[in-house]
Design a protein around this ligand. Sequence first.
Ligand code: SAM
Length: 198
Amino acid sequence: METIRGRTSLDLTWTDFYARLANYNRIFLDLGTGDGKFAFCHAQSFPSHFVIGADSCRENLRDLSRASLPNLLYIVASAQALPHELSGLVSHATINFPWGSLLESLLTGDPLLMRGLENVVQSPASLGIRLNGGALSEAGWSLEDGAEQICINLVGAGWQVGRLISMDSRALRNFPSTWAKRLAFGRDPRAVQFSARI
Ligand SMILES: C[S@@+](CC[C@H](N)C(=O)[O-])C[C@H]1O[C@@H](n2cnc3c(N)ncnc32)[C@H](O)[C@@H]1O
């Protein structure tokens, strides 16, 4: 599994990975973590949780991955090919403001993403998703229809999905991720969030 700290990538062995997890019973995965701010804030606020921030773009992770919190790890991984090392470990996952292939896979119910998620979670597990209007409109969907389609795909993959809750610019401003802040002050501050359980 490729982990990253600043400009340095390190291939973490299973042994080293499990040694780092040894004192934690809640493993939290932030998929499409971007610069990793949300994962960092969660790790800081919940020292008893082990937090993994995953993104396919190594450059995004460079700055915050220099932080050395014992319960925080950043990995370079595609959401459609999550590392086997994560199998059955994750109790809570988040996908915040996805775009690109991550959003596309949610919209199409891509089995590589859906089965990958199912494989990394340890039931009972929860998933929190936040979607923004601009990203969905670039993908050819309205915010409401796109969110609905993603809910349908998750239900098809075995998740129990909660109701959609709107996020206005104030909710975005208060949400601890870099992209939420950008959206809050941008031209299209419309977003929704929902949670799912399996
Ligand atoms: C709009 S940013 C949101 C970043 C972060 N969640 C936040 O709230 O600040 C979307 C992120 O999804 C990542 N992403 C897109 N497709 C991905 C994929 N297939 N696997 C992993 N990450 C992906 C991008 O690299 C980008 O960092």
